[in-house]
Design a protein around this ligand. Structure first.
Ligand code: FMN
Length: 381
């Protein structure tokens, strides 16, 4: 039996259990993957101040993100094709997050639809929106998210054009997978995954098929998707979407203080410092390096969240110390899901919570609300 104590352990197990095409899809960054690597590597250089002999009884990680209570300041990031890491993946991850008391964000490009996830959960989740050229479709998607009771809209701005991941091209990524010789040979080594997929009818993009004009099946879908990401997206669209939605709005994909000021001007409730997990602009700096200047520029006007490269509770604490009100994890929960389904997502959250709690204690604090730059060594402050 495999003993799991770290996110790396979950990753190793996911690699064994998930077909190569989908494991690589989750794991890869764009082009040379330099930003993808920097995202996690840059965390390691941020050092804590160890404190001793302070009262560490009754610690709490409870906080809020955009005014909503969270058991720790960690949310599940929106990730496309999550239902290909494991059958019914979005439903399983949303349930694990709900039981844990942290937000789950459903991607526009999910396998399970908004309505499907709502039907299998009992608390509101967040919905992530990509801006497509078909604005009628976007309007209807916003309506559907509202009708499903979603409590925040996460608007992603960094995918006007698509970053290239070499592995996805080589693997011929598609959902469901096309039956080529090498895919079939690979699938034969993943019996658990195949059994799960045989037991579900959720195999395509649930939010799109049957909802977008002229998309009724997989082949019309892939043609539609590649044409639909909108290169002309602007801050006027953000205003339009904000009006249509009317609820809590979080802007995702900000890496520059000038864009952060525009996000704050837009009246959004929060922004996410994010380079899409190193999947878009290869050569951009890491998210944790971008965080400090953005907090300094707009931290008093808008809640600042971050994602990218978080692989432990220590990383969560580093980001919170540098001013992030909340931190999202993408790949870590996908590895958990691919490794062990819902139990794997819970395991991932457990690992992070335990590490976060102990690290905060080692730094001499009992309440996550008291964490700030003072827990970091001088060069970080
Ligand atoms: C497999 C995968 C799919 C993703 N799909 C989306 C998506 O549909 N929408 C979105 O806004 N971000 C998407 N992202 C980016 C994540 O929301 C998040 O920014 C990133 O995963 C954070 O980095 P991490 O994976 O190192 O935690 C995706 C990331 C991954 C790994």
């Amino acid at each position: 039996m495999t003993i799991i104590t770290t996110i790396d352990d979950l990753q190793c197990l996911a690699k064994r259990r998930v077909p190569r095409m989908f494991y690589d899809y989750a794991d890869a960054g764009s082009w040379t993957e330099s930003t993808y690597r920097a995202n996690s590597a840059d965390f390691a250089s941020i050092k804590f101040r160890q404190r001793v002999a302070v009262n560490l009884a009754n610690r709490t990680l409870a906080s809020t993100m955009v005014g909503q209570a969270v058991s720790m300041p960690v949310a599940l990031a929106p990730t496309g094709l999550t239902g290909m890491q494991h059958a019914d993946g979005e439903i399983l991850a949303a349930r694990a997050a709900e039981r844990f008391g942290v937000p789950f964000t459903l991607s526009t490009m999910s396998i399970c639809s908004i309505e499907d996830v709502a039907a299998h959960t009992s608390k509101p989740f967040w919905f992530q929106l990509y801006v497509m050229k078909d604005r009628d479709f976007i309007e209807r998607l916003i309506e559907r998210a509202r009708a499903a009771g979603c409590s925040a809209l996460v608007l992603t701005l960094d995918l006007q054009v698509l970053g290239q991941r070499h592995k996805d091209i080589r693997n011929g990524l598609s959902a469901p997978p096309k039956p080529t010789r090498s895919t079939i040979i690979n699938l034969m080594t993943k019996p658990r995954w195949c059994l799960g997929m045989l037991g579900t009818r959720r195999h395509g993009f649930g939010n799109i098929v049957g909802h977008a004009k002229s998309v009724s099946d997989m082949s019309s879908l892939s043609a539609w998707t590649t044409q639909q990401f909108d290169p002309s997206l602007s801050w006027d669209d953000v205003e339009w979407i904000k009006k249509r939605w009317g609820g809590t709005l979080i802007i995702k994909g900000i890496m520059d203080p000038d864009d952060a000021r525009l996000a704050a001007d837009s009246g959004a409730d929060a922004l996410i410092v994010s380079n899409h997990g190193g999947r878009q602009l290869d050569g951009a700096q890491s998210s944790i390096a971008a965080l400090g200047p953005i907090v300094e520029a707009v931290g008093k006007r808008i809640e600042v969240h971050m994602d990218g490269g978080v692989r432990s509770g220590q990383d969560v604490l580093r980001a919170v110390a540098m001013g992030a009100r909340g931190v999202y994890i993408g790949r870590p929960f996908l590895y958990g899901l691919g490794a062990m389904g819902e139990a794997g997502v819970t395991k991932c959250l457990d690992i992070i919570r335990n590490e976060l709690d102990l690290t905060m204690a080692f730094c001499g604090l009992r309440d996550i609300q008291d964490v700030d730059r003072r827990i970091l060594l001088d060069q970080e402050r």
